[in-house]
Design a protein around this ligand. Structure first.
Ligand SMILES: [Zn+2]
Length: 331
């Protein structure tokens, strides 16, 4: 068999698996799989909705896509549970959990004489490595050791909680993050006993209601901006794209994966960065490959940084054939 035919990444970031599947980017194939709802993984989805036979994802992701405004005819959706394979046009598709955001998954495709997989975005622990693969396509957001954080998410969470405790009596705390991260942090804060109301817009609240099922945590009190009384101590959640709206009221915290200096960095008198990430560190990427032991690795260069270094490292240190090159395609 030819590896290139069974798995590859196109220049526009579509991950092609087996003969029938295109993942997280558009290509002229019967089935489009969506690993999760982040915008760099829903590229060309409107086109796939029109041209593909089926749009597949976890039951959570399918529900979230609708909240985000994608209109997929019900007959075209293929909501799947984790670990429950489905046979489609002579190949078997399985969605495997990944620790990233609500509903996210890894994708495995098996044919008569091949087995290939794509990690999607992931962090460790709690992302089970796929094994016995002919080709592993891996995300390497932090593709080299120079991008390595020197602390864990636990440190970042501790910094966030103590900052909230110190500030909440003096005024509102506003937290900026991406969809998915917002809801994960809501769940983490409730689990750790934070009881103040969460305030957000309608879309963020709808996503949070899906996340409640995913994390099995009650996020109430969770209210819309219009429902909250001025002066009550609250934690406001806003999408990262709105972090330019910062006012003088209360404190503002931006959660970012690109703060590599320290878990907590004070930017101005009432603005802080906290260095969380939803992605594996360089070391965790290498650990994943070590455990997975595929015959070949393709590092996704359309989303990651320093991916040539990742591929070289995998070849030299692990002795596994690896590339970060995209495939030429007319699709
Ligand atoms: Zn993502």
């Amino acid at each position: 068999m030819s590896f290139n035919i069974k798995a590859g990444v196109t220049r526009r970031g579509a991950i092609l698996l087996g003969e029938n599947f295109t993942v997280d980017g558009h290509s002229r194939r019967p089935v489009r799989v969506v690993t999760h709802i982040h915008s760099d993984h829903t590229i060309g989805l409107d086109k796939s909705v029109r041209e593909s036979m089926l749009i597949a994802g976890t039951t959570y992701t399918i529900e979230l896509l609708e909240i985000l405004g994608y209109r997929v005819h019900e007959a075209k959706t293929l909501p799947l549970e984790y670990w429950k394979p489905v046979e489609l046009v002579g190949e078997k598709l399985t969605l495997i959990p990944s620790n990233h955001i609500v509903g996210s998954c890894q994708v495995m495709v098996e044919g008569p004489d091949y087995r290939v997989g794509y990690t999607g975005d992931f962090k460790m622990p709690d992302t089970p490595p796929m094994t016995d693969l002919d080709v592993l396509v891996i995300d390497a957001t932090y593709g080299s050791p120079r991008l390595q954080r020197r602390w864990s998410d636990w440190d970042a969470m501790a910094a966030l909680i103590s900052l909230i405790e110190d500030s909440i009596k003096k005024g509102p705390v506003t937290i900026y993050a991406y969809h998915g991260k917002i809801q994960e942090i809501m769940a983490e804060l409730r689990v750790r006993g934070v009881k103040e109301p969460f305030i957000a817009d309608r879309k963020t609240i709808k996503i949070a209601r899906v996340a409640e099922k995913f994390y099995n945590v009650n996020l109430d009190p969770l209210k819309h901006f219009a429902e909250h009384d001025e002066g009550e101590p609250v934690i406001i959640f806003k999408h990262t794209n709105n972090n330019k709206e910062i006012s003088s009221k209360g404190i503002h915290i931006v959660l970012t994966g690109w703060e590599l200096r320290a878990p907590l960095v004070k930017i101005t008198e009432n603005l802080y960065n906290i260095g969380f990430s939803d992605h594996a560190t360089f070391k965790e990427i290498i650990d994943y490959v070590k455990e997975s032991k595929p015959k070949k690795v393709i590092v996704d260069s359309t989303r990651g940084k320093d991916t040539r270094i990742t591929a070289k490292y995998i070849e030299k240190i692990l002795g596994i054939t690896a590339t970060n090159e995209t495939i030429p395609t007319s699709e």
